[in-house]
Design a protein around this ligand. Structure first.
Ligand code: PSU
Ligand code: MN
Length: 301
């Protein structure tokens, strides 16, 4: 594993660091928006006083803190694998390029000692999971590692109530930032209650600290609603999600291909609107993650 020097120094000096994943770059957004967004997130995190560490796999080597050139490769290259826990050893052994999902990013972030991580929306229990058994590995890894993931709730293509049930089974603490309900990815509010509503990053930092003091293995999900200006109303986005799901069924798209297919289809059906929403929410999550990381580095000194 390679950790870039700036991240090593920050971790050594207990300075705030925010991890970012790379599946969103290689499989979650089209070029050039994927590349621009990846760089923008790093810039915003720095402006908040934290160090960004985008995580991915370069020719078989897990990298914590990818260079701009490596991010460009992940944004443009054909054949970049989408990497979850089960794929990690294959990509490493075959010296391939890999984009890490939330699940693999959590594993690598914890190995490096990074405790705060921002993404768009975590994976979860797919609609129809009682037939397909499709439940994202993201939930298990959240349950098993010392990590706080800032996300606009759970991707709206999923079954949110079932996902919350699995998070509860996994022992994940689910916090909502400044609104009473879990966020609904493109839309702001799912109407589903969470474990606690936090009104300030420092409050979240205190909860992370308490979880560590208790030596409770496992993570925290911070649900941050999409910024109002770019949120898409549920009534508008739900029929589009239904249409994308139907097409996926018709084309028999399954397994790791389903999430990238659905996100891409929704961008197409909304004529790019959902992509702008996705960028706005991931940016907002990166900012909040930086604020939490800064507050946590103060609380845990
Ligand atoms: N958030 C986004 N876009 C994405 C993802 C998150 O805004 O593409 C990615 C994350 O890497 C997450 C993955 O882990 O989608 C979920 O994939 P799956 O459903 O196959 O577990
Ligand atoms: Mn899956």
């Amino acid at each position: 594993m390679r950790i870039n020097q700036e991240v090593i120094n920050a971790l050594k000096n207990k300075k705030p660091v925010v991890a970012l994943e790379s599946t969103i770059i290689s499989h979650g957004m089209p070029y050039p928006k994927n590349y621009e967004t990846a760089l923008l997130l790093e810039k915003e995190i720095r402006e908040k006083g934290a160090i960004p560490a985008t995580i991915g796999i370069v020719e078989g080597e897990p990298v914590i803190g990818l260079s701009k050139e490596e991010i460009y490769q992940l944004a443009t290259k054909d054949g970049v694998e989408k990497v979850s826990r089960r794929d990690l050893p294959i990509v490493v052994a075959l010296k391939k390029w890999g984009a890490t999902t939330v699940s693999a990013t959590i594993i690598l972030a914890e190995m490096a000692g990074i405790e705060v991580f921002a993404t768009g929306g975590i994976g979860g229990v797919h609609r129809g999971a009682s037939e397909t058994f499709d439940i994202s590995r993201d939930l298990k890894e959240l349950g098993e590692h010392n990590i706080t993931v800032v996300s606009s709730g759970v991707k709206a293509i999923l079954d949110l109530p079932k996902t919350l049930e699995v998070l509860e089974t996994e022992g994940v603490t689910v916090l909502s930032y400044q609104q009473p309900h879990l966020a609904d990815f493109y839309s702001q509010d799912s109407g589903l209650p969470v474990d606690y509503v936090a009104s300030h990053p420092r409050e979240i930092a205190n909860i992370i600290y308490a979880r560590r003091q208790l030596s409770l293995k496992g993570g925290i999900l911070v649900s941050n609603p999409c910024p109002k200006e770019l949120a898409l109303p549920i009534e508008k986005i739900n029929p589009i999600i239904q249409e994308a799901l139907k097409e996926a069924e018709r084309k028999e798209i399954k397994g790791k291909a389903i999430t990238p297919f659905l996100l891409g289809k929704i961008v197409e059906l909304t004529k790019g609107e959902s992509l702008e929403t996705n960028i706005a929410l991931v940016k907002s999550n990166a900012l909040l993650a930086a604020e939490i990381a800064v507050a946590y580095s103060e609380v845990s000194q």
